[in-house]
Ligand binder design. Structure first.
Ligand code: SAM
Ligand code: GLN
Length: 279
């Protein structure tokens, strides 16, 4: 079949299943799944071999069922890296790209960096590019997520990112860091089912669920991070919408200072930076 006929078939199918942005979704799937160049779809209108047509039809049907596009293509672009993702790991978000960029502005040649709740490894791997001299540890409780992180570490030929499996700070017992970054699960448990189906039905609940009020992980971090930070170290956190005030209060109670909150592109207070200083 010709590429333009396939575009028409997929777009109609996606519209029938109430997908917004159907033509663009169809185009992305056609290029990613069949390896056709975007500009060729319209100009050369190449014949797509039958085996690829079949893969493409599977792909747009999955998408019509609201599976995340990135699970179907198996990749996501984060900063200037292309990462592997799929069922079992959270798809890194643009807000998190912003978090990493802001960490890079504030950290001064860190020697040791911890990325708690690393998921695909996106934060750890981007920080390695920014700070090639640093030793970076990424930890996660999910073996499934870590399997993607391992693949990303290997494909990007990372040398300084060390992945460890376990609950929060358990794998880094006795270690101290100049920078600790985390994008922990922060959605209040009762709100997950109301999120868009791509998130609620397909992304791992353990990557989203922050307990009843969404703040469980911040409580652990406020309490335990001081025992893992060098004097003057930087703590950087991604936050859920509406959580900044409570997290700030929690951190102050545990001795953090110079607290700074920044907004994301949508105007939500999304990131927090602070320092731990011993008197
Ligand atoms: N850092 C990645 C990113 O920004 O795309 C993933 C963030 S995702 C919101 C949260 C991650 O925390 C998931 O990968 C999940 O497996 C992990 N996680 C959940 N509970 C955990 C725990 N108790 N200890 C360590 N990691 C945990
Ligand atoms: N940013 C994700 C979402 O809103 C949630 C990730 C998280 O809990 N840290 O879908």
């Amino acid at each position: 079949m010709r590429s333009r006929d396939l575009m028409a078939e997929a777009t109609a199918y996606l519209i029938e299943h109430s997908m917004s942005g159907a033509p663009r979704e169809a185009e992305t799937l056609l290029t990613e799944i069949t390896g056709t160049r975007r500009e060729d779809i319209y100009s050369k209108d190449p014949v797509i071999p039958e085996d690829k047509v079949k893969l493409f039809r599977d792909a747009f049907r999955r998408r019509a069922g609201r599976e995340p596009l990135q699970y179907i293509t198996g990749t996501v672009d984060f900063a200037d890296m292309r990462l592997k993702v799929g069922p079992g790991v959270l798809v890194p978000r643009p807000e998190t790209e912003l978090l990493v960029a802001e960490v890079a502005k504030r950290a001064q040649e860190p020697k040791k960096v911890l990325d708690l709740c690393t998921g695909s490894g996106c934060i750890a791997l981007e920080l390695e590019r920014r700070f090639p001299e640093a030793d970076i540890v990424g930890t996660d409780v999910s073996s499934e997520a870590l399997a993607y992180a391992r693949q990303n570490v290997s494909e990007l030929e990372s040398v300084n990112v060390n992945l460890m499996h376990g609950e929060m700070f358990a794998p880094v017992d006795g270690m101290r860091f100049d920078v600790i970054v985390a994008n922990p699960p922060y959605i209040p448990a009762g709100e997950i089912d109301g999120l868009q189906p791509e998130v609620a039905k397909f992304e791992p609940r353990s990557a989203l669920d922050g307990g009843t009020d969404g703040l469980d992980f911040y409580r652990v971090i406020a309490r335990k991070a001081p025992g893992h930070m060098e004097n003057g170290g930087l703590l950087a956190l991604e936050l859920g919408a509406g959580q900044a005030q409570e997290v700030v209060t929690m951190l102050k109670e545990h001795g953090f200072r110079d607290i700074e909150v920044l907004k994301d592109y949508a105007g939500h207070k999304r990131m927090l930076f602070c320092r731990f200083k011993m008197d």
